[in-house]
Design a protein around this ligand. Structure first.
Ligand SMILES: [Zn+2]
Length: 279
């Protein structure tokens, strides 16, 4: 393949294209180069698949929780990798302290490259999981209700932090939130793209109080969220995994939207009315 300003480059096909190339993008991640093609596949959007709807919570305790009780718990970083990440980061910051930021150091460059490769591997693993999860969801469901990211960010900044932690802790929490939001945004893009080809509809709902609302009796109380993983309603005693309870509320909100819209008479809504999910 011939690139402007670079000339001919060689690359390895990792998957068939299945369409006419429109354009190509070259990117770099952790010392590896990637080329991606935008293709016109001539496929029209698939007709509604008629499958039951589902709500999805981007779990705090788990990677993805669904309203049907599905919990996809997984670690993307092994214990060994976490230890290695820490070691490399320490080595890097030590060498910055000793040698300063401007003076070159071969060893520092090597550390940085190792760190980059490790981070790229973890990122690729996460992206893989997101892509597979997205396809699975739109294959098995006619409507997928998810949190609207923009609204979440707004409520989070207005509310501030609940536990009022120290300044550093809060900064770190803000950074973590930003990273989580970015990942969730990437997942939503994959989900929306996959939905087009599998006849599913993505419904973005206001996430306010989805984690504090009891799905059984609709009572709202932050005290009902006992921990990262446990929801126990202070009003009715209903208990569920906290992320699954949230996913059920997200589904209910999604159904409330589609109930007024074009899915109102669709089989997916009839098959799984919100009342049934209360149990
Ligand atoms: Zn309740």
């Amino acid at each position: 393949m011939r690139l402007p300003k670079f000339g001919p480059v060689r690359f390895r096909w990792t998957r068939p294209l299945g369409g006419a190339i429109r354009n190509a993008t070259v990117s770099r991640d952790g010392g590896r180069w990637y080329i991606s093609f935008c293709v016109e596949d001539g496929e029209a959007e698939a007709a509604a698949n008629g499958k039951p709807p589902v709500g999805v919570d981007r779990g705090v305790a788990v990677a993805v929780a669904t309203s049907d009780g599905g919990l996809d718990e997984r670690e993307f970083v092994t214990a060994g990798e976490a230890a290695r990440l820490k070691r490399l980061q320490q080595r890097l910051s030590r060498s910055l302290r000793v040698h300063g930021r401007t003076r070159g150091s071969k060893r520092r460059d090597a550390t940085r490259a190792q760190l980059g490769r490790l981070n790229a591997r973890i990122r690729a693993r996460r992206a893989d999981f997101a892509a597979q999860t997205a396809v699975r969801l739109v294959r098995e469901h006619g409507m997928v209700a998810v949190e609207d990211l923009r609204i979440k960010n707004m409520t989070a900044s207005a509310k501030g932090s609940v536990e009022q932690p120290g300044r550093n802790v809060r900064q770190k929490a803000g950074l973590n939130r930003a990273i989580l939001a970015k990942r969730w945004g990437g997942f939503l893009l994959k989900l929306e793209h996959a939905a087009r080809y599998h006849g599913a509809k993505i419904e973005k709902v206001n996430p306010a109080y989805t984690s504090q609302t009891c799905n059984a009796c609709k009572h709202v109380a932050s005290e009902s969220r006992k921990s990262q993983a446990v929801f126990r309603c202070v009003a009715c005693g209903h208990q569920d995994h906290a992320d699954v309870n949230a996913a059920k509320n997200i589904l209910a909100a999604g159904l409330a939207v589609t109930g007024r819209g074009d899915l109102a008479a669709g089989p997916s809504v009839k098959r799984q009315p919100p009342e049934r999910l209360a149990a």
